[in-house]
Design a protein around this ligand. Structure first.
Ligand SMILES: Nc1ncnc2c1ncn2[C@@H]1O[C@H](COP(=O)(O)OP(=O)(O)OP(=O)(O)O)[C@@H](O)[C@H]1O
Ligand SMILES: [Mg+2]
Length: 605
């Protein structure tokens, strides 16, 4: 797989030719040669027919034999070279489609959250399927047709000129007029095609969303509303397609009419010329046959132009993705990180807003020092920015330059200047809303082809997933269904936790609310095991709504509306007024509650 072509100012078509089609030049060249041969043979046939007619009209049967045999041989020859030319030109089209698709997927895998924030799945799927097909048709069929039509026009035109220049000029006039009409309609086809592909993307997205949320739609009896929205999309698409096909269809009758007028001209003008002896009957017959040869390429020209325009519009949509910048503030010479050490982190005045909502800072002015191997609890009400903080630390989104420094052994660097792949290798994330693939639990935990069973077992044990596995007949081989639909919410979270813990080389663990679905005891055990491990333990951030989960943390930060409003150890925070203490009191297990007044209390009788 290549890196894809460099972005540049040249048009989409030029780029695809230079960076994708050029390596197939010999196949194209051979194809063009056979295309030329096809046309050469095709225009020779009418000449031989003319010669045969002339010989027969002079009653020279012997002389007619050679041209008749030649016509038969050429007919067979045309079939062979025509087939060869097509396969030699169409096959590179398929190769180009294959290579473009590979580059596209590779690019999509590397593009980051800021790219995906503004796009819908339907649109991307459509670019990777429909638009690629149009691009292939342009590179294979489109190019073949352009060369074929040009060759046919030049070779046939030349033969016609050599028979009678006057007749040629007269018969070409109606065709030129019709071409003007075709050109007008084709201009519009490209715009319509672009609009259609966009509408198709929107509709695909609506359909995908509907299928994913089918249970919600049915549960809330919202079928009519979704059908209505679908109909709006469908109608829009229908109208655009209709206009495009009417415009396309306009070209066909215009050229057909021009063809008929041209034949009429040949008979009306050529007939009397033959009578006057300026041309032979065979010449007129050859001329009429040549004109007949000219008409199919002319007729297909309108269609061919729309294939070219459609293909160009689709190529532009594909290059939009291939050219999408991969945000990399680290520049061309990023800082490389040593492996195997737990990072220390220093946040200074860190503020962050999501790219699609830049005026609403979600994190504001955070100052925080995290030592290597420290276990830090992040606490705060819903919407206070906990998950966002973890996303910024994981560089799903980049922090502003200068606000986050990472320290690893002797290396100290602004996180933005660190090689993204090195950082990702350091970090293991268990997100709040984990995504599971429709694979086995083992594959979901390891995301690798041949994981070490001991590593999987360790991760499963640490994540308290073992009891769940025992309940599944297939254990680790249980396939979880699309997006993990066959698992409970808590099981899904524990699989995601195991996935994070499986990455034993990762030295920064970011656990976003993964403990909410485990019981109290398991939670305590897990945090205790993370807090143990001495100098080898990873730096860990645990987000939780449950204060009990954080009581073993080395440090707890309390977030409110994106700001750190408090920090300290559990005991310190519990002793202070504030949201942490309030939550602690509210979440206190029953046995800690003061005995209700009137029962064994001082006031009892
Ligand atoms: N992708 C996003 N684009 C724009 N805004 C977002 C995005 N994700 C979250 N937000 C906004 O950022 C703010 C903080 O969200 P965040 O998910 O960090 O909260 P949280 O503390 O993790 O809450 P919870 O406890 O409910 O998980 C919210 O106001 C939310 O609307
Ligand atoms: Mg969250």
């Amino acid at each position: 797989m290549s890196e894809g072509p460099p972005a540049s100012q040249e048009g989409a078509f030029t780029r695809v030719m230079r960076h994708y089609a050029w390596r197939h030049r010999w196949s194209f060249a051979a194809g063009f040669f056979f295309l030329w041969l096809t046309n050469q043979l095709s225009v020779e046939i009418p000449i031989q027919i003319g010669a045969a007619i002339d010989a027969l009209s002079k009653n020279q049967r012997q002389d007619a034999l050679v041209p008749v045999l030649a016509v038969a041989a050429m007919g067979v020859g045309v079939i062979v070279v025509r087939t060869l030319s097509r396969s030699l030109i169409f096959n590179p089209g398929r190769d180009v489609e294959y290579e473009l698709r590979a580059d596209l997927f590779q690019r999509l895998l590397r593009l980051r959250a800021d790219f995906y924030a503004g796009r819908t799945t339907g649109d991307l799927v459509n670019r990777a399927s429909g638009d690629l097909t149009f691009a292939r048709v342009l590179v294979g069929f489109g190019i073949m047709q352009v060369v074929n039509v040009s060759l046919a026009l030049v070779l046939t035109g030349w033969k016609m000129l050599s028979i009678s220049p006057w007749l040629t000029v007269l018969s070409v006039i109606p065709v030129v007029l019709a071409m003007g009409v075709v050109q007008l309609s084709v201009q519009k086809v490209m715009d319509l095609h672009r609009a259609r592909q966009q509408q198709l993307g929107e509709m695909s997205d609506h359909v995908l969303g509907s299928f994913q949320g089918i249970a919600t739609i049915q549960g809330f009896v919202a079928e009519d509303r979704f059908l209505e929205r679908f109909s709006t999309h469908n109608e829009g698409l229908f109208k655009t397609s209709m206009v495009a096909s009417v415009l396309g269809a306009l070209a066909f009758p215009a050229l057909l009419l021009a063809g008929s007028v041209a034949v009429y001209v040949v008979l009306a003008v050529g007939g009397p010329m033959a009578v006057r002896g300026e041309l032979s009957v065979g010449d007129v017959a050859a001329f009429a046959t040549l004109l007949g040869l000219l008409l199919p390429p002319l007729r297909s020209m309108g269609w061919m132009l729309s294939v070219v325009k459609r293909g160009q519009a689709s190529l532009e949509r594909i290059f939009e993705i291939l050219d999408a910048p991969i945000a990399s503030p680290e520049g061309p010479d990023p800082v490389r990180l040593p492996k195997g050490l737990a990072p220390g982190l220093r946040l200074r005045g860190l503020s962050f807003a999501y790219p699609d909502d830049p005026d609403h800072p979600v994190l504001q002015d955070l100052d925080l020092d995290i030592a290597p191997g420290q276990v830090v609890g992040v606490f705060g009400r819903t919407g206070s920015g906990k998950s966002t903080l973890l996303r910024v630390l994981a560089r799903v989104f980049d922090p502003p330059a200068g606000s986050l420094t990472v320290r690893l052994g002797a290396v100290e660097a602004d996180l933005c200047t660190v090689a993204l792949e090195d950082w990702r290798a350091q970090v293991a994330v268990a997100p709040q809303r984990p995504f599971l693939f429709s694979d086995s639990i083992r594959d979901n935990v390891s995301l690798a082809d041949d994981p070490d069973p001991a590593d999987v077992a360790r991760a499963v044990r640490l994540a308290a997933l073992q009891p769940d596995l025992e309940a599944f007949p297939a254990g680790l081989d249980t396939v979880v269904g699309q997006r993990g639909i066959m698992l409970s919410g808590g099981q899904r979270q524990r699989v995601a936790l195991a996935r994070a813990l499986f990455r034993k080389d990762a030295r920064l663990l970011l656990l976003d609310d993964v403990l909410s679905a485990v019981d109290h005891e398991t939670e305590q055990r897990l945090v205790a095991s993370l807090s143990a491990g001495g100098g080898a333990r990873p730096t860990t951030l645990i987000v939780s709504h449950r204060v009990s989960a954080l009581r073993h943390a080395d440090l707890i930060v309390v977030l409110e509306e994106g700001r750190i409003v408090d920090r300290g150890r559990h005991d310190t925070l519990v002793a202070k007024e504030g949201v942490y203490r309030d939550t602690f009191l509210a979440q206190r297990p029953d046995d800690h509650l003061p005995a209700p007044a009137g029962v064994d209390g001082p006031g009892a009788p």
